[in-house]
Design a protein around this ligand. Structure first.
Ligand code: FAD
Length: 379
């Protein structure tokens, strides 16, 4: 695919973690290097040996003096495309799969409120899944509410494609925000009340064992019958996880049976630019696929909406409401993922916009649901 860099330049991943890697899962720079691999994710830092083979080296072919073409990354095993049925609950809480942590990397910069980590897990190809599904994680220790029993399962949206960040079908990645507790009166952090599973995941080290259940969920599966469909993705924070998987499948991986030619439009809401997740990865798609990808960010603590208030995803939706409504009328899929609290504001905005257009939102929403265009996973 064309990658107009203006001059012969390429993406040159480094196995040395640096600031640009932290936010992205992979590194872009303008160094010319035909010998390096492209699009290599951060998580591959610990998967180096898997990439040492030349088959993972992507070709950079000169299109003209001004442009280069970089090919998508081959994935395997392609049998993962052949399953007729969605993989569901291959592992259950009573008999979870013991997987191994490959890497844990902080995704956000120093000025982000809170911490979000990218966690790569080696499941050995045994807990296969499709884009948009979730894994269950059983944190170690005893359930305080049921002494003698393990903790309850916590669900996490999978942030990689079925091939994983290692492109070999053996890993899955999660995007986890560390749950911390601040005392309402003192305003101080109370570590005794911190979230059990998110802290276990963010503190885990390569080689640690992790109990997995799942995969679960069908609502966020990427409908692939029409490779030219439009997909509007609305995410807040870690809600970006399933969309990272979709977008890697659409734009990064060479899947012979899925050649995306439609439009993917991501709206991502986070607190500030340091909180952006996988931003360089998404920005890379914008450069490579300007006709197929749109990316709009709402930075609540940095940007103002048109009324002078904080900029939330619903403000961005409102800004583009004409186009969004037209795309929905044309059959676009719309997805929402992130914290539960995002939905009321978004629904209010959509309702207001519909009314301004002389449409009934309730009728429109039931039509979207009936047509399976409406996909919501909030937590
Ligand atoms: P818990 O231990 O379950 O605690 C929950 C909250 O209660 C925490 O904020 C904790 O600080 C607070 N708390 C603990 N003790 C007390 C107390 N005594 N008094 C008051 N408060 C207390 N999360 C992600 O980060 N990324 C994802 O991609 C993701 N995907 C999800 C997908 C689905 C379908 C669902 C349902 C959830 C998803 N989640 C995701 C949320 C995730 O499942 C967990 O709920 C989250 O990580 C918190 O779990 P925990 O074990 O860390 O916190």
């Amino acid at each position: 695919m064309a990658h107009a860099l203006g001059a012969l330049a390429s993406v040159s991943p480094s196995v040395t973690a640096d600031a640009s890697l932290r936010k992205t899962g992979f590194k872009i720079n303008n160094n010319l290097s035909y010998d390096n691999r492209l699009w290599i994710p951060l998580s591959s830092v610990n998967l180096k040996s898997r990439f040492s083979s030349t088959k993972y080296r992507c070709k950079v072919v000169s299109m003209s003096v001004q442009q280069t073409v970089r090919s998508k990354i081959p994935v395997q095993p392609l049998e993962l495309e052949n399953a007729k049925e969605t993989p569901l609950n291959l592992y259950k809480p009573k008999e979870p799969y013991t997987a191994t942590i490959v890497s844990v990397e902080r995704l956000v910069g120093p000025n982000a409120p809170g911490e979000t980590c990218h966690i790569v897990i080696d499941h050995g190809g045994n807990v296969r899944y499709w884009e948009g599904q979730s894994y269950g994680v059983i944190p170690p220790g005893e359930n305080p509410k049921k002494p003698g029993s393990p903790h309850n399962v916590r669900l996490y949206s999978i942030a990689s494609t079925r091939y994983g960040d290692s492109f070999d079908g053996k890993t899955a990645s999660l995007c986890v925000r560390r749950a911390v507790y601040y005392d309402a009166e003192t305003g101080k952090e109370d570590p005794s009340k911190k979230g059990v599973c998110s802290n276990f995941l963010c503190d885990s080290k390569p080689g640690d064992k992790i109990l997995l259940t799942g995969p679960s969920g069908k609502i966020m599966l990427l409908p692939e019958e029409d490779p030219n469909a439009t997909h509007i993705m609305i995410a807040t924070g870690t809600g970006v996880a399933p969309f990272r998987g979709y977008l890697r499948r659409m734009f990064m991986e060479a899947v012979p049976t899925y050649k995306f030619g439609g439009l993917a439009w991501l709206f991502l809401g986070v607190a500030n630019s340091d909180s952006l997740l996988y931003d360089d990865e998404f920005t890379g798609y914008l450069k490579d696929y300007p006709d197929n990808f749109r990316y709009d960010k709402a930075l609540s603590r940095e940007q103002k909406n048109k009324s002078g208030g904080k900029m939330y995803v619903q403000d961005k939706i409102e800004e583009y409401s004409d186009e969004i409504f037209k795309l929905l009328d044309g059959g676009a899929h719309i997805y929402f993922c992130g914290l539960k609290g995002m939905m009321p504001g978004i629904q209010d905005t959509l309702k207001r916009v519909a009314e301004q257009r002389g449409e009934s939102w309730d009728t429109k929403l039931s039509q979207l649901k009936k047509n399976k265009q409406w996909h919501v996973e909030v937590y």
